[in-house]
Design a protein around this ligand. Structure first.
Ligand code: NAD
Ligand code: DAU
Length: 350
């Protein structure tokens, strides 16, 4: 397949492109990415070298209808990952979230409609999130299923729900072959160190404080990014158009439990004193409107497409701590402004 991946220089998109090229030797991938602070071509340096004939990066904005139209027309499938993805940033300023996550999604859908009509051989995957369902109480025995009403609580999740609703509306109204996946919290290599797991690993290594929002008893359902990539690939190829598929790891942990597990791993790998590492924990002001708990029922994806997660949480966290320890250069690079400006100039207009 010729696949247009949007946001392929981000955390999940870059892992997804690596997965596609390694597992589907006939696939060709065009990666459309604006290279915001979260998008780094360094995430795909190996891919650029190993799959030069089958991979191309174009720097550009998914809101740019003229740029997007021919790229979508030439593609047999679109895997739409591009987004503003960090909840805290959406609380400080929601503008870019509405623009990229709502308007950018609609721009891609419109381009697909214009080029493909209802051609059922094409595929448009909208990568949504479990946050569109809202929040569960800690003692609620239920997990989110696909028919759960959408009740997003943060500007981030509201903007993702906007894209999610538009994607399904383009299927319902125009017959566009749209698939929607709603995934739980991902972790693994190449995650930008503003999200909980890489932030805590890097802060612990540097001896910086470990900021736990509120009481730290908020619960997330963790999934290794490789398991997400396998699921997204499967849904893109074999999912039923118009359907929504939940993706989740069945690994509910409180933030404090997760943090203690990470600190144990850091102590084991570096020989640092676990007591000193734990002493870095600081309970700080809570995130406004903080969702208490997410929990995903991924039964439909298992029953219809035979997917189940393969990476256990203990194994995945150990591998992730090891990865961040071994990739100090990457951590430096992605947090350096000069580096990002360099790549912006390099790919501008391509
Ligand atoms: P990320 O922030 O790491 O990457 C986002 C990418 O999108 C970056 O490369 C960025 O440059 C690009 N981008 C942003 N605005 C753009 C624009 N206007 N035009 C083109 N490119 C643009 O995000 P991520 O964590 O990899 O998440 C990828 C997708 O998966 C998002 O849609 C997110 O909502 C969804 N998701 C993420 C998680 C998670 O745990 N990270 C879980 C479920 C769903
Ligand atoms: O559930 C899927 C979502 O998971 C995705 O749609 C989002 O793109 C992704 O960012 C993630 O959202 P969260 O808000 O759950 O992830 P984050 O890593 O920001 O926070 C995880 C939990 O840790 C959350 O309860 C807030 C808390 N936290 C986070 C940070 C950054 C802290 O306590 N301290 C911190 O410094």
């Amino acid at each position: 397949m010729r696949i247009l991946v949007t946001g392929g220089c981000g955390f999940i998109g870059s892992n997804f492109i690596r997965h596609l090229l390694a597992n589907h030797p006939a696939d060709e991938v065009v990666n459309l990415d604006l290279l915001t602070y979260a998008g780094n071509p360094a995430n795909l340096a190996d891919v650029q070298a190993d799959y030069a004939g089958r991979y191309r990066l174009i720097r550009g904005d998914i809101c740019d209808a003229e740029l997007v139209a021919p790229l979508v027309a030439e593609a047999e499938a679109v895997a739409h990952f591009a987004a503003e993805s960090h909840v805290d940033r959406s609380i400080s300023d929601a503008g870019a979230f509405v623009r990229t996550n709502v308007l950018g999604t609609q721009t891609l859908l419109q381009a697909a409609l214009a080029a493909w009509g209802g051609d059922a051989s094409r595929r448009f995957l909208y990568v949504s999130t479990d946050e569109v369902y809202g929040a569960l109480a800690l003692d609620d025995p239920r997990r989110f299923r696909e028919d759960w009403p959408l009740d997003p609580k943060s500007p981030y999740s509201a903007s993702k729900a906007g894209g999610d609703l538009l994607a399904r509306a383009y299927h319902h109204t125009h017959g566009l072959p749209v698939l929607v996946s709603r995934c739980s919290n991902n972790y693994g290599p190449y995650q930008f160190p503003e999200k909980l797991i890489p932030l805590m690993i890097l802060n612990a290594l540097a001896g910086r404080e470990l900021p736990v929002y509120g009481d730290g008893l908020y619960v997330r359902d963790w999934l290794h990014v490789e398991d997400h990539c396998r699921a997204a690939d499967l849904i893109l190829r074999a999912g039923r158009p118009g359907e929504v598929y939940n993706i989740g790891g069945g690994n509910e942990r409180s933030n404090l439990d997760l943090l203690h597990a990470l600190l144990e791993l850091v102590a084991q790998r570096t020989g640092r004193d676990i007591g000193q590492l734990r002493g870095l924990i600081r309970h700080v002001k809570d995130r406004p409107g903080h969702d208490r708990r997410y929990a995903i029922d991924a039964g439909k994806l298992g029953a219809e497409l035979g997917w189940s997660p393969r990476v256990g949480l203990d194994q995945g966290l150990a591998a992730t701590v090891a990865w961040y320890l071994e990739h100090g250069d990457w951590c430096q690079a992605v947090t350096s402004g000069a580096y990002r400006d360099y790549y912006r100039r390099m790919y501008d207009g391509r």
